[in-house]
Write a protein that binds this ligand. Structure first.
Ligand code: NAD
Length: 290
C-alpha cells in the first residue's frame, strides 16, 4: 500500500498557522490582509473555486474583495478594475480567475497586475524570478506540490523527476521548481512520442495534463512518488458526476511508495499556497519583511 500524500490535512495545518500569524500581525498593521479575486462570466467550475477561496480567506482572517464581471465585459474595463486594485492599500493580493471568456486575452491582462500583488505568481516578472532562482511570488499549484513533498520529507535533490504537462499555469513552473530543488527534470506534453517510456523512468512523477486515467499501472516505476494535479469531471456508470485526476489511482497505487489522491491532494494545497502568498505579501507591504 502506498502512503497517501494528504493535501487536505496539510492544507488545514497551513491554514491554522496562517490564522495565528494574521491574528498576531493585524493589531500592529491596523487592518487584515486583503485578497481580490476577479471572476468573469459564469463558468461553473470557476464559481466553485472562487467560493472555496473566499471561504478559506474567511477561515484565516483575510478580507475578500471579490468582483464578479458579466461574461461580455471588455478588456479595458477589466484592466481598469485591476489598476484600481493595484492602487488600493487594503488589497495585498490580486487573482484573475482563469479561464477567461474567449474574447479576453489572459496574458495581456496578467501584465496589468502589480507583480508585488500577483499572488498567483503568473505575472511575467514573477515567472522570470522563478527562472532566475530569485525570491518572488511563486505560482500556487506547483508551490503546493513542492510543499506537499517537503511535508512528507520526500527527497527531491538528485532525483529523476518527470512532469506531464507543460502549461504556464502548472507544468512549466512545476518543472522549474523541481529544477530549483536540484532534481533532473524531463517535461512531457501532448507531442511527446513515448510517454510511458519517460514516465517509467520517473522517481518523482507529477501529472498535470487534464486527461482522466492518462497514467496507467504499467506506466510507473515501482516505488515512485506520484503527484496527481489533474481535476477532471466525469460521469460514472450510474450517470453520477465524479471528480477524478489524471492517474488511474486503483492501478497505480499498489506499485508506488507515495501517491496523492484526487480530490484531497493538490487542490487544497493550491488554495493554501494562495493564502500563504497573500499573507506574505501583506507582511512585506505593511512591515517590509517576507
Ligand atoms: P492545460 O490544458 O493548459 O495544459 C495541459 C498540458 O498537458 C499541455 O501542456 C498538454 O500538452 C499536456 N497534455 C495534454 N494531454 C496530454 C497527453 N495525452 N499526453 C501528454 N501530455 C498531455 O491544463 P492545465 O491548466 O495545466 O491543467 C492541467 C490539469 O490540472 C487540469 O486537469 C486542471 O484542471 C488541473 N489543475 C489542477 C489544479 C489544482 O489545484 N489541483 C490547478 C490547476 C490545474
Amino acid at each position: 500500500m502506498a502512503n497517501l500524500l494528504d493535501g487536505k490535512a496539510i492544507a488545514k495545518k497551513i491554514q491554522s498557522e496562517l490564522k495565528e500569524r494574521v491574528q498576531s500581525l493585524e493589531p500592529k498593521a491596523g487592518r487584515p490582509p486583503g485578497l481580490a479575486v476577479l471572476m468573469v462570466g459564469d463558468n461553473p467550475a470557476s464559481a466553485v473555486y472562487v467560493r472555496n477561496k473566499q471561504r478559506a480567506c474567511e477561515r484565516v482572517g483575510i478580507a475578500s474583495f471579490g468582483e464578479h464581471f458579466p461574461a461580455e465585459t471588455g478588456p479595458e474595463e477589466l484592466a481598469g478594475a485591476i489598476r484600481a486594485l493595484n492602487e488600493d492599500d487594503r488589497v495585498d493580493g490580486i487573482l484573475l480567475q482563469l479561464p477567461l471568456p474567449d474574447h479576453l486575452d489572459a496574458v495581456k491582462l496578467l501584465y496589468e497586475i502589480d507583480p508585488d500583488k500577483d499572488v498567483d505568481g503568473l505575472h511575467p516578472a514573477n515567472m522570470g524570478r522563478l527562472v532566475r532562482g530569485e525570491s518572488g511570488l511563486r505560482s500556487c499549484t506547483p508551490a503546493g506540490v513542492m510543499r506537499l513533498l517537503r511535508e512528507y520529507e520526500i527527497e527531491v535533490e538528485g532525483k529523476d523527476a518527470v512532469v506531464v504537462g507543460a502549461s504556464i499555469l502548472v507544468g512549466k513552473p512545476m518543472a522549474l521548481m523541481l529544477l530549483e530543488a536540484e532534481s533532473t527534470v524531463s517535461v512531457a506534453h501532448i507531442k511527446t512520442r513515448d510517454l510511458a517510456k519517460l514516465t517509467r523512468e520517473a522517481e518523482i512523477l507529477v501529472v498535470a495534463a487534464g486527461y482522466p486515467k492518462l497514467i496507467r499501472g504499467d506506466m510507473v516505476k515501482p516505488g515512485a512518488v506520484v503527484v496527481d494535479v489533474g481535476i477532471n469531471r466525469i460521469m460514472d456508470y450510474e450517470g453520477r458526476s465524479q471528480i477524478v485526476g489524471d492517474v488511474d489511482f486503483k492501478a497505480v497505487e499498489p506499485q508506488v511508495d507515495y501517491i496523492s489522491p484526487v480530490p484531497g491532494g493538490v487542490g487544497p494545497m493550491t488554495v493554501a499556497m494562495l493564502l500563504k502568498n497573500t499573507v506574505e505579501s501583506y507582511q512585506k507591504r505593511v512591515f517590509g519583511e517576507g
